[in-house]
Design a protein around this ligand. Sequence first.
Ligand code: PMP
Length: 344
Amino acid sequence: MQASRTRLASLARAFTTRAVDGFPGAVEQTGSRIYGKAEFQNPGGSVKDRAALGVVEDAEKQGRLKPGGTVVEGTAGNTGIGLAHVCRAKGYRCVIFMPNTQSQEKIDLLRMLGAEVYPVPAVAYEHPANYNHQARDFAKALPNAVWTDQFDNTANADAHYRSTGPEIWEQTQGDLDAFICATGTGGTLAGAGRYLKEASGGKTQVWLADPPGSVLASYIQSGGKLKERSGSSITEGIGQGRITNNLGTFINDITGALHIPDEKSIAMVYSILDSEGLYLGASSALNVVAAVELAKQLGPGKSIATILCDGAYRYQSRLFSKKWLQAKGLEGAIPEHLKKYAVL
Ligand code: PMP
């Protein structure tokens, strides 16, 4: 089975000639080229298809997964959707545990793809009832079942090292000053980032973009102090409370980190839809905000790549709902002329 390649979109109109910095109406020059890797074009619709195929094929190679077997995973949804596709294609049963805070669209899609889904209370990683531990225990109790362990199984980052990284390098023709993206498992950032650093002989900087409620930006900015996790974000699928195996020691090779508040991410969901016609989820929007901020920090004439992780389809009942925006206190973050897009 082959992962498909995705396009590298040049976010030209919005960000080469003028940059929307995430706040209503703010327009300025970055003078840099900003590229978004169009991961929403993957068969399962997200960047996590690569990790899903990677962890399943690794389990097969190791002989841990045999014909007729079951794949079990804890996921915010996108890895599950990728796994559901891979399992359909390869004939495995797919069982997904996910926190019950995730969007209904993702749960529905998983079930439509034939996965069994168990939404469970969203409790911290340290709690035995955390969705990951439930997935691990479920797999342990079932013959011929594997827990693919996306957070700590480095077959995840390896998949990005083998595909996402080389594709970005090739598509930018090796002209890349920086790569920046947010992290859930760390697979994308560490896998693609490590490849890009190696391919460029250390010239390409790798930066982390972090949402509220995540501890990684402060870990990097403080030179290695891990604080307690607190707060939350509307950006589903990203943010982390610990150094996963997929991030591992690569976290020490990260040049810097940018913390992006939800107000900027949601404003970018709307403004990139308006300026580029790209219907993107909030983690993609956060990545674009971060890439623009990094462009301003690094100065003009740079080439910067980020990840467009998935589309807005799987969150639209939230992101484009006036009621939901109000409940989250984010209505005021949407520029007046873009409020027309909140049609739900
Ligand atoms: N964006 C979205 C929408 C995701 O679902 C995820 C993964 N949970 C990520 C970004 C982060 O990717 P990674 O796990 O490779 O860090």
